[in-house]
Design a protein around this ligand. Structure first.
Ligand SMILES: Cc1cc2nc3c(=O)[nH]c(=O)nc-3n(C[C@H](O)[C@H](O)[C@H](O)COP(=O)(O)O)c2cc1C
Length: 407
C-alpha cells in the first residue's frame, strides 16, 4: 500500500508520442537539438545547403565559438523579479532585440517556408527580412504578416527589376531594405560542390535515394506546389520561369562592379531606411555612416562568403567605439544562444539577427519549429539577464562582459 502511494506521488504519465521525431522535438532543449532533428528530417544535400559555409568553414565556426571568448561579469542581489527584453530599432518598439535574417530558397526546408517564418516574426512583432531569393513573394508574405517587414536586396545588374521589386515592397508596407554587399561573387560552399547540390536541386540517383530515405520531407515536398524564386518570377518578363531558368538568370545578376556609388542609386529609389548588410571592418562601418546609411549589419553572411573573415561578435566593440552611436548596429552570425544576444548587446550591438537558428527549427518541425527556436532564444536571454543581474536592455552595458580568450 505504502509502495503504491509512494509511486503515485512521483509518477507522471502522459500519452506517448509515436513519432520518434516528435518525441525528440518535444524534448529539444536548445537550438543545437533542433539542428540535429532538422538533420534527421532533411535530405543530406538540403541540410548541408543550410548548415554549410564557405571553403574550410573557419569563419562559420568562429561566428559561434567566438561568443565563448567573452565572459559575463554577473552582479548579484539586484532584484531581477521583473525582466524586460523590450527595445527599439529604427524608431520601432520591439518585444525583443531578435530579428529574422533573410534566407534564400526557404521552402526547401519546409513547404510553408517564408510564410511560417513571417507569421512567427509577426506574432512577436519582430522584423522579418524577406530575401530577394525567396520562394514566397513580397505580396504573399505581406498577406500573412502584419508585423514589421524588411526586404533584402543585392546590387544587381538589372536595375529595372530592382526598381520593380523596391516599389512592390513599398506598396506592400515593407519598412526598410537590407542591402547585402558581401556577395560581389558567390562564396564557394564545398559541401554543395561535393554533393553536386545546386539551387534548385536537380534530380539524379543520389537525390532520389536521399528523398526516399527522408520520407517526411519528401511527402511534404511532393504534396505542395513546386518551389521557385517567387520574387524574380513576378518581376521578370519570364513569368512562367522555372526555378532552373531563373537560377541561371540570377547567376548573371551579381554585379562585380558594385561600389559606394550604388548606394546613391538605392537612396534615389527607396524612401525608407537602408540597412547595409555585410560590414566586416571598422573602416567600412565608418564609411557607411559617412554615406548616410541608416543602420549596419555586421555580417559575413553566416560564413558562407569569404572564409577567414572576422566573426561579427569580434567586431562589435571596435565598430561601436568607432561610430559612437551614429547608427544602430546589428550583430548577424553565429547566434545560437540567448547568452550570445546578451553578449552582443553588451559589446555595443543594438539588435541581433538569426539565420540558421530559425531554419533549423523550420527544417525540424515547420512553423512550430520556428516558434520554438525563437522562444528558446528569448527564454535563454531572460535567464541570462536574470543571472547577470540586469533587468532591462538598457542595463546591458560594456561592464557586463570581459574578453577572456579561452584556448
Ligand atoms: C540557407 C541560407 C540562405 C541565405 N540566404 C541569404 C540571402 O538570400 N540573402 C542574404 O542577404 N543573406 C542570406 N543568408 C545569410 C543570412 O541572412 C545571415 O547573414 C546568416 O544566416 C547569419 O548567420 P547564422 O546563420 O549563423 O545566424 C543566408 C543564410 C543561409 C543559412
Amino acid at each position: 500500500m505504502g509502495l503504491i502511494k509512494t509511486l503515485r506521488s512521483v509518477a507522471s504519465f502522459s500519452v506517448p508520442t509515436l513519432s520518434r521525431r516528435k518525441r525528440r522535438f518535444n524534448r529539444a532543449a536548445n537550438i543545437a537539438d533542433l539542428r540535429l532533428i532538422a538533420q534527421a528530417r532533411l535530405p543530406r544535400g538540403i541540410f548541408d545547403y543550410i548548415d554549410g559555409g564557405a571553403e574550410d568553414e573557419i569563419t562559420m565556426a568562429c561566428n559561434s565559438s567566438d561568443f565563448a571568448k567573452y565572459e559575463f561579469v554577473p552582479r548579484i542581489l539586484r532584484n531581477v523579479a521583473d525582466i524586460s527584453t523590450t527595445t527599439t530599432f529604427l524608431g520601432r518598439a520591439l518585444e525583443t532585440p531578435i530579428i529574422f535574417s533573410p534566407t534564400g530558397f526557404t521552402r526547401i526546408a519546409h513547404s510553408q517556408g517564408e510564410l511560417s517564418v513571417a507569421r512567427v516574426a509577426a506574432k512577436h512583432q519582430s522584423p522579418y527580412c524577406l530575401s530577394t531569393l525567396s520562394t514566397r513573394s513580397i505580396e504573399e508574405v505581406a498577406q500573412v504578416s502584419n508585423g514589421p517587414k524588411w526586404f533584402q536586396v543585392y546590387v544587381w545588374r538589372d536595375r529595372e527589376m530592382l526598381k520593380d521589386m523596391l516599389s512592390r515592397a513599398e506598396q506592400c508596407g515593407y519598412e526598410a531594405i537590407m542591402l547585402t554587399v558581401d556577395t560581389a561573387v558567390l562564396g564557394r560552399r564545398e559541401r554543395d560542390v561535393r554533393r553536386g547540390f545546386t539551387l534548385p536541386p536537380t534530380l539524379g540517383p543520389g537525390t532520389i535515394i536521399d528523398g526516399i530515405t527522408h520520407p517526411s520531407w519528401t511527402w511534404d515536398f511532393i504534396r505542395h506546389e513546386p518551389i521557385t524564386f517567387s520574387n524574380i518570377k513576378a518581376s521578370s518578363d519570364n513569368k512562367n520561369g522555372t526555378a532552373v531558368t531563373l537560377s541561371a538568370f540570377i547567376a548573371e545578376q551579381f554585379d562585380q562592379s558594385l561600389s559606394w556609388d550604388d548606394i546613391e542609386w538605392f537612396r534615389a529609389h527607396w524612401k525608407g531606411p537602408i540597412i547595409l548588410k555585410g560590414i566586416q571592418s571598422v573602416a567600412d562601418a565608418t564609411e557607411a555612416v559617412a554615406h548616410g546609411i541608416d543602420a549596419i549589419a555586421v555580417s559575413n553572411h553566416g560564413g558562407r562568403q569569404l572564409d577567414r573573415s572576422p566573426s561579427p561578435i569580434s567586431l562589435i566593440a571596435p565598430i561601436a567605439n568607432a561610430i559612437s552611436g551614429a547608427v544602430p548596429i546589428i550583430c548577424d552570425g553565429g547566434i545560437r544562444r540567448g547568452a550570445d544576444i546578451v553578449t552582443a548587446l553588451s559589446q555595443g550591438a543594438t539588435a541581433c539577427t538569426m539565420g540558421r537558428s530559425y531554419l533549423y527549427g523550420l527544417g525540424a518541425a515547420g512553423e512550430q519549429g520556428v516558434e520554438r527556436a525563437y522562444d528558446m532564444l528569448v527564454e535563454e536571454m531572460r535567464r541570462t539577464m536574470a543571472l547577470c543581474g540586469v533587468r532591462t536592455i538598457a542595463e546591458i552595458d560594456p561592464t557586463l562582459t570581459t574578453y577572456h580568450h579561452r584556448s
